[in-house]
Design a protein around this ligand. Structure first.
Ligand code: FAD
Length: 302
């Protein structure tokens, strides 16, 4: 395919490999997803800008992936190019005034540990979310009463026209699992956190407390995309699903976790079709029995 050769030539300039027909199940925490045409784990923002510029000019489909922990990828895969903003673009810089600047591919856990080493407080509750800082900002990830909105000072992003812009946290339209980036073509390339002075021991204890709560309550031993449904106003998805007796319900190898009803897990060789059928069944049953309309939290990529 000619466009892939062109993209490969761009990648060669940056000494970055391009993989063809890469199975996306290898790059999602659900371990689900067919092949994409081409796959680049980008190593700089300049490379990303050039690749995206080429795709836009030539009408090539592309999508951005972080750690793949909030996506459900189709069994047919993706008929286009996948750019990963992940481990190869994950620098972290400690700044003055309790600030930390991270390339968008840095994992939240790594950023939180860097903050801990400096005794900067604010990221304790975010540490266990298995995403990149870019993916976390995209959907304003949060846990245990905190969210990205509380600690994001600013971000740099590639805008629709290819220019790099900076936006302040207060202007990012951050609300429950939403940001100005959600559903747009904008690509986050760095995030600066504003933290505050803390005590090393207190930060460490709080962080470890949240991590052990996760290990105790969440089915971390099985592949998943985390909470499958958004929190409906006035209740909790896991509570409603449990009330409807749906723990353990399954379609193929997709199962409502017996440990935490809010998670659908992959117990073996679940397909995207299995997961979406099970989601549909859960949504219908919960609606019928409780009146609440659940919505999917992960992004479905086709
Ligand atoms: C076990 C488990 C526990 C979890 N716990 C939580 C939790 O407590 N709280 C919570 O909020 N979430 C949780 N999640 C979900 C997930 O980890 C978060 O949503 C995380 O922020 C997603 O980041 P990611 O890098 O994996 O993004 P991906 O899943 O790779 O991508 C998600 C979306 O963001 C977009 N995106 C990714 N990177 C960028 C970028 N640089 N620029 C623009 N768009 C981008 C993608 O295109 C996609 O639409 C959990 C998931 C798992 C598997």
């Amino acid at each position: 395919m000619e466009y892939i050769d062109q993209l490969e030539t761009i990648c060669e300039k940056y000494d970055c490999p391009l993989l063809r027909n890469e199975p996306l199940r290898k790059h999602t925490t659900f371990r689900i997803g067919g092949e994409c045409r081409a796959f680049v784990d980008i190593n700089s923002s300049s490379l990303l800008r050039e690749l995206v510029g080429y795709c836009k000019e030539n009408g090539v489909r592309y999508l951005i992936l972080g750690n793949g922990s909030n996506v459900i990828v189709s069994d047919e895969g993706y008929d286009g190019v996948v750019f990963v903003v992940g481990k190869n673009f994950s620098g972290i810089e400690i700044m003055n005034d309790y600030q930390i600047r991270c390339d968008a591919g840095a994992m939240l856990m790594t950023a939180a540990k860097a903050a801990l080493e400096e005794s900067y407080s604010g990221m304790e509750c975010l540490a266990g979310i298995p995403g990149t800082v870019g993916g976390a900002l995209y959907m304003n990830a949060g846990a245990y009463g905190g969210e990205m909105a509380d600690v994001v000072l600013s971000a740099e992003y590639i805008d629709d026209d290819g220019s790099v812009k900076t936006v302040a946290g207060k202007d990012m339209e951050l609300s429950y699992r939403h940001s100005m980036f959600s559903g747009t073509d904008k690509i986050i390339i760095s995030v600066t956190f504003q933290l505050r002075a803390g005590r090393y021991d207190a930060i460490k204890t709080e962080m470890e407390g949240y991590l052990s709560q996760r290990r105790a309550k969440q089915p971390l031993e099985l592949p998943s995309a985390g909470s499958t449904f958004k929190r409906p106003e006035g209740s909790y998805a896991s509570f409603l699903i449990d009330q409807c007796g749906l723990k353990g319900a399954s379609v193929g190898d997709a199962q409502v976790s017996t440990k935490h009803a809010g998670f659908i897990v992959n117990t073996g060789k679940a397909t995207c079709k299995d997961v979406l059928e099970l989601c549909e069944f859960v949504i219908e049953t919960v609606k019928e029995k409780t009146g609440y309309k659940l919505e999917l939290e992960p992004v479905v990529l086709r």
